[in-house]
Design a protein around this ligand. Structure first.
Ligand code: SF4
Length: 84
């Protein structure tokens, strides 16, 4: 990945293979481990406005935020996500 994209999700970037790989990981999550779709969407909207998001990855936890946000029991390391 040669371009640095601040405040971009993988969904907004070039690099289809990485995006697909993350989406496949999300699809493999057990239903019981999965966050509600609206909760996930709200989390990602917050990430998109966060200075710690670069190339779809949170600089604080090192996770791809689309995967982290899709999991029920995860938290934003700075406590920015709404309580779920
Ligand atoms: S998880 Fe939290 S700190 Fe990381 S990019 Fe999202 S809002 Fe920012």
């Amino acid at each position: 990945m040669s371009v640095i994209c601040r405040r971009c999700l993988l969904a907004d970037m070039e690099g289809e293979e990485l995006y697909r790989s993350v989406q496949e990981r999300i699809a493999l999550l057990d239903e019981s481990a999965r966050a509600d779709g609206e909760v996930c969407k709200a989390r990602l909207e917050i990430c998109k406005g966060c200075d710690d998001l670069t190339n779809g990855m949170c600089a604080l936890c090192g996770c791809f935020v689309e995967l982290r946000a899709a999991k029920r029991d995860t938290r934003c390391p700075k406590g920015r996500w709404p309580k779920s």
